[in-house]
Design a protein. Structure first.
Lengths: 250, 106
């Protein structure tokens, strides 16, 4: 299973989006439709561009930088690569703002410290194809922060293995993720619980969570998100990437 | 207007002019979505996606707040940015916008 596929069903432009609350009852065929511009190779290329952009932006985020300036810098860097348009906004979260959920406004004026944590969450669009990715970075050696960054990535892959090896449903994957996060000592933010990705805009098909779907998501069409928070300290960590088999994570 | 906090917009959609009620202080995007206009606005009104693009009647453009750097850059990046194009999510409605005419919606 889970060979990267090329979906054959292009969604007509006039078809209404499936409501985000209907993920549990809608069919896999309906939730996994794609648009006319969907192309396997372009989606994979977009994934590579997204991950490269994340690392390039992170490399220029330095202690003393204001979070708002980092967001502006990130947008400028994405614009330089033809990726200013995003299906969601550019999130660079510093320090205490790493506990904020998707779409929430950051507390203003947060400056990246010398022993601090930050993450990126970007959803750029290049021409007609969406990317989406997230990753957590450190500026120092705080052991709990370091563990959170490692654990977010590790949990992503633990859950992805269940998807690949067991063929679990979206609901099963996130029930498992929440339990595993707790066992690791973290709280999983279920507001960030996976979603579709496609040619732009996937929201014209389905903009709801993967965590409610009752089937095993197909590769290339969904992203898996892991946002964990420290139970008492005010920081969190995030990792996000496409659902793909091991060969794409070498 | 019966309600001092309300204004009316004139929206020409698919060649049919329609009157849309709006509330001062909300964004044009919210008013248009509430009226059932087919704007995806996939980024949630953060000037990131460009799917709430509208065209403002020329006479009205000077009466709107100018584009921010973010809006200007995005319109340029997506190859739109015609003279009268704006993002509905970036226009906060004021009393002076009573009667605002929007020529077309993409």
């Amino acid at each position: 299973m889970n060979e990267v596929m090329t979906p054959a069903t292009a969604i007509p432009a006039t078809t209404a989006p499936i409501p985000p609350t209907a993920g549990a009852t809608a069919s896999q065929a309906d939730l996994e439709r794609v648009g006319a511009a969907f192309a396997r190779d372009q989606m994979l290329a977009m994934r590579d561009k997204t991950r490269a952009a994340i690392h390039a932006i992170a490399a220029r985020a330095t202690p003393g930088m204001l979070e708002e300036d980092a967001v502006a810098m990130a947008k400028d860097m994405l614009a330089a690569q033809g990726m200013l348009r995003g299906w969601h906004d550019v999130y660079v979260r510093f320090g205490t703002n790493t506990t904020k959920t998707f779409g929430a406004e950051s507390d203003p004026g947060v400056i990246l410290g010398k022993d601090d944590i930050f993450f990126l969450d970007i959803g750029p669009v290049f021409q007609q194809w969406e990317g989406d990715g997230g990753e957590t970075f450190l500026t120092g050696s705080d052991p709990e922060m370091a563990k959170s960054a490692v654990d977010a990535r590790t949990l992503f892959h633990i859950v992805r293995k269940k998807w690949k090896d067991e063929g679990w449903t979206g609901r099963q994957l996130y029930d498992f993720a929440a339990a595993e996060a707790k066992a690791m000592g973290w709280e999983l933010n279920m507001d960030l619980s996976g979603h579709r990705i496609s040619d732009f805009p996937h929201a014209a098909i389905y903009d709801g969570p993967m965590a409610t779907v009752g089937f095993c998501p197909s590769p290339l069409l969904w992203v898996l998100e892991i946002h964990i928070r420290h139970p008492t300290r005010k920081f969190g960590a995030f990792f996000e990437d496409m659902l793909l088999d091991d060969s794409y994570f070498a | 207007m019966a309600d001092a906090a309300a204004i009316a917009l004139v929206v020409d959609f698919a060649g049919i002019a329609r009157r849309v009620e709006a509330t001062i202080g909300e964004t044009l995007l919210i008013a248009l979505k509430r009226a059932g206009m087919p704007l995806l606005a996939v980024c949630g009104g953060r000037a990131a996606c460009g799917t709430c693009l509208i065209t403002v009647a020329p006479d009205w453009l000077p009466r709107l707040a100018p584009q921010s750097r973010v809006e200007r850059n995005l319109l340029g990046a997506i190859g739109e940015g015609e003279e009268y194009d704006r993002l509905a999510c970036q226009i906060t409605l004021e009393a002076a916008h009573d009667g605002l005419e929007i020529h077309s919606l993409d």
